[in-house]
Design a protein around this ligand. Structure first.
Ligand code: GUN
Ligand code: ZN
Length: 432
């Protein structure tokens, strides 16, 4: 693949540190026949052994970056994106739970999941940590179609058993059955190809103490599994968790059940304090920053600076369907505005880091994806500096690469994704 190549070796930080990335203006990304990165660098330095017999694709004038990592998204909420007028708890009741109930029908689950995965690829996203529904068939539908597309994906059956916050029509009948179903799905899918199983208790209010205890025990038994849930997204939710569980904080409730581990990913974490952050950091847990969702539901402003100061891993999430775009560029655009409202900044370099290597680190997948070091899986996306007239014009007058990259982050969106590749093969091509 020939084009301009950008990837990250570490977190550039807030300043940002130019040793954290490599840019090859006229670059080559060489991919092995098994879909792994063989080499990335300046075109003129491409080793001869990689030139011979190689099929070449020309993306000169475009930007090639590692596939985006969406660290928090709901495959089950495709049809309720842009639902009007509520904050979290009422929005769940009114829109989300009825939509998720339809996933007891395998044909519906398959149709929605196929659409969902195609939208991710069109947005340049090649890896995600995904919530399906409480129905085992929703997990099968997701993993079957992710496997067919050869994607590296995390997912697991949503666990929710507590009345009245989990409604009767969308509830695990009992914890033993929820555990049996979870174990069956783990056996069927975890470690199969590029798929990983993530224990997925929805959040504390929909969980009984028995359920959280089961999840904690299972994770202790199987530390190779991932774990995903939501934490401290909304003030009313935080007050409810305090009422139901007591404890010093919401994070502390999850700690009590052994859910705060190096494989844990917590969505949102807006209303937390530095004690929570240092506990998350000590455990090696990560937070998913979902700005379009946080703004849409009026949840609050994630504190990216505080997370960095306490050394908590952070990834970006679209959080469809509370989020309003599948595009990681659009998500970074909104993230910039959230940091601005907090009197801070998000540079384009740190933004692209968070959407690629940062996300991979948050999901503990950086050994296999996230940048173009040799041996990594070659998932990448090709971005167009001139995707729209306004971006083309802004790019043309930009004086530096940094300026162009920032314009792409803010104005890019899904239109900017020309093509998406998985294991070196093109799986999406923009029309026109
Ligand atoms: N908290 C518990 N469930 C959900 C969900 O589906 N979406 C969001 N944004 N927050 C949640
Ligand atoms: Zn969510």
């Amino acid at each position: 693949m020939r084009g301009t190549i950008l990837h990250f070796l570490k977190d550039p930080g807030e300043t940002p540190d130019p040793r954290a990335w490599e840019v090859f203006e006229d670059g080559v990304l060489a991919v092995d026949s098994d879909g792994k990165v063989a080499w990335a660098g300046r075109a003129e330095r491409l080793p001869d052994r990689l030139r011979e017999g190689a099929r070449q694709e020309d993306h000169r004038g475009k930007l090639i970056v590692p596939g985006f990592v969406d660290t928090h998204v709901h495959a089950s909420q495709v049809d309720i994106i842009a639902s009007y007028g509520e904050q979290l708890l009422q929005w769940l009741e009114k829109y989300v739970f009825p939509a998720e109930a339809k996933f007891d029908d395998p044909a519906h689950a398959r149709a929605v999941t196929g659409f969902f995965l195609d939208r991710l690829l069109a947005a340049g996203t090649t890896t995600a940590s995904v919530f399906p529904t409480v129905h085992p068939v929703s997990v099968d539908a997701f993993f079957e179609q992710a496997a067919a597309r050869r994607l590296r994906m995390l997912c697991g059956k949503v666990l929710m058993d507590r009345a009245p916050y989990a409604p009767a029509y969308l509830r695990d009948a009992d914890v033993d059955q929820a555990e049996r179903e979870t174990r069956e799905l783990i056996d069927r899918w975890h470690g199969k190809g590029r798929l990983g199983y993530s224990l997925t208790p929805r959040f504390a209010p929909t969980s009984t103490e028995r359920l959280l205890t089961m999840v904690g025990n299972l994770h202790r038994e199987r530390p190779d599994l991932w774990l995903q849930t939501h934490v401290a997204e909304n003030r009313e939710e935080v007050a409810l968790v305090k009422k139901l569980f007591g404890g010093r904080s919401y994070v502390d409730v999850y700690r009590r059940y052994g859910l705060v581990t190096g494989k844990s990913l917590f969505a949102h974490g807006i209303h937390i304090d530095d004690t929570d952050r240092s506990q998350l950091a000590a455990a090696g847990s990560a937070l998913a920053f979902c700005p379009t969702s946080n703004l849409f539901l009026g949840s609050g402003l994630f504190d990216l600076h505080a997370a960095r100061a306490q050394r908590v891993h952070v990834g970006m999430g679209t959080d469809i369907g509370a989020g309003t775009s599948y595009s990681m560029l659009q998500t970074l655009n909104e993230a910039y505005k959230v940091t601005a409202l907090r009197g801070r900044r998000l540079s384009a370099h740190r933004g692209f880091y968070l959407a690629t290597l940062g996300g991979a680190q948050a999901l503990d997948l950086d050994r296999v994806i996230g940048n173009f070091l040799p041996g990594k899986e070659a998932d990448f996306t090709v971005l167009d500096w001139a995707a729209t007239p306004e971006l083309a014009r802004r790019t043309e007058v930009a004086r530096t690469f940094d300026e162009r990259l920032f314009a792409l982050m803010v104005l890019g969106g899904e239109q900017a994704v020309t093509a998406t590749y998985v294991l070196g093969n093109r799986v999406h091509q923009r029309r026109s």
